[in-house]
Design a protein around this ligand. Structure first.
Ligand SMILES: *Cc1c(COP(=O)(O)O)cnc(C)c1O
Length: 421
């Protein structure tokens, strides 16, 4: 056993000591920043040495209520002291009520059934299995799934097979029957459509792929094509759902667009506000695709995770967070557009929706290589695609914190050694 200071310590050198242990014993499938985080408060994080960071990443669009939100913390503590786990052999109150509250949020679009699981990739596995089995049960042989280049759906085999980045799939074997086409290209989808297609899976804004919003009319066009060919349209809302885009779900368009009716959606990330949970919400019709014995999860729907998610939903309603995300998203968009204008040698522009925004770098710059410089300057940010800096801050971030964060990002970008493309 290695002896270490407690994670409450603010000891200089603690980072080095911990990173040395990590280098020996933490499985190296990730490449985390060279800091060790210990504590959070709102949009701030603190490391083991007491250094302070502004969190514009929110654990990859997860910590929607920021860190250590008093209501979420209290719910988790109380529920942990009451009932944590019972398995799917038994109902629990939190699981039943969360399912009904999720369905209530997409009642207008006709989604009536919620399956609870533990992560985004699991939610997408459930969706993958549900769409295939839906047709199998009906004796319809269709099983092909159309997905998009640069899409991200998770790291387990089914979700990975749908993911549109070939290098993520390399070396893991193939799952048959998945076709990838260009995002935003309705003609490409139409060309692949046919009576063998079970479903199209789409993100309303491609998150990992580079913060790419669906072009106007694209989602509506997909719905029409799916209807025409008897295929299902399912949305991966793992990153875009639960208010991230300034509306509850990505498929719901504001303004003159009524939105698009999905047959199913997957959720995770923001749903638990930091507590692991995922969900698939489906139409009544898809509700019979996975009868008892065909799918399940030991931890899925556990009362602790469900209580956390219910509190996230309740706080978001009570504090009117979703409309505020829309407003703050506009503000962030304007700030990033200004950075792009003022630093034309580094930035090409910005895009996104709500509080999921990308600052696009010029060719020659690599977004993930800039992240360590941002960490040193006190800002935690994400990369998306090759050259997009992804902003996905807590939904409760203040205007002043956004301004502070963007000013620091601007300064770091300004001081980058010039690249030529
Ligand atoms: C993060 C993400 C996933 C995977 O979620 P995990 O909880 O990491 O398994 C799937 N789809 C999208 C769109 C995501 O952003």
């Amino acid at each position: 056993m290695q002896s270490m200071q407690s994670n409450q310590s603010k000891k200089a050198g603690a980072t080095e000591e911990l990173l040395a242990i990590a280098a020996k014993h933490v499985y190296p499938n990730n490449k985390p920043a060279k800091i060790v985080l210990a504590r959070g408060q709102g949009s701030r994080l603190f490391d083991v040495e007491g250094r302070r960071f502004l969190d514009l990443a929110a654990g990859v669009a997860v910590c929607s209520l920021g860190h250590a939100h008093p209501k979420l913390t209290a719910t988790i503590a109380a529920q942990a002291g009451r009932l944590m786990h019972v398995s799917n052999y038994f109902y629990n109150e939190e699981n039943i009520l969360l399912a009904s509250e999720l369905c209530e949020l997409c009642e207008k679009e006709g989604l009536t059934r919620a399956l609870l699981c533990n992560s985004g990739t699991e939610a997408n596995e459930a969706m993958f299995k549900a769409v295939r089995r839906h047709f199998y049960v009906k004796g319809d042989k269709r099983s092909r799934i159309i997905s998009f280049h640069n899409s991200f759906h998770g790291r387990t085999m089914g979700s990975l097979a749908m993911t549109g980045t070939p290098k993520y799939r390399e070396g893991f074997g193939r799952i048959e029957g998945i076709t990838h086409v260009t995002y935003g290209d309705l003609d490409a989808v139409a060309a692949e459509m046919g009576s063998d297609v079970a479903a199209v899976i789409v993100e309303a804004v491609q998150g990992e792929g580079g913060v790419i919003p669906a072009p106007l009319g694209f989602l509506e066009g997909l719905r029409a094509l799916c209807n025409q060919h008897g295929a299902l349209l399912v949305f991966d809302e793992v990153q875009t759902g639960i208010g991230r885009l300034g509306r509850w779900f990505g498929f719901q368009r504001s303004g003159s667009f009524a939105g698009v009716r999905p047959d199913a959606i997957s959720l995770a990330k923001g749903l638990g506000g930091g507590f692991p949970i995922g969900a698939m919400v489906t139409s009544e019709e898809l509700g019979s695709a996975l009868p008892p014995g065909t799918h399940g999860s030991t931890f899925g729907g556990n009362p602790l995770a469900c209580a956390a998610a219910r509190t996230v939903l309740r706080v978001m309603e009570a504090e009117d967070i979703v409309p505020n995300v829309e407003r703050k998203g506009q503000l962030l968009s304007a700030m990033l557009a200004r950075v792009a204008r003022e630093l034309p040698n580094v930035c090409e522009g910005q895009r996104g929706e709500g509080l999921l925004r990308g600052l696009i770098l010029r060719p020659g710059f690599v977004a993930r290589d800039i992240l360590p410089k941002l960490v040193d300057a006190g800002v935690l940010l994400l990369a998306a695609g090759e050259r997009v800096l992804r902003f996905a801050p807590p939904l409760i971030i203040t205007d002043a914190e956004l301004e502070e964060g963007v000013a620091i990002v601007r300064k770091v970008l300004e001081e980058l050694p010039a690249h030529s493309s």
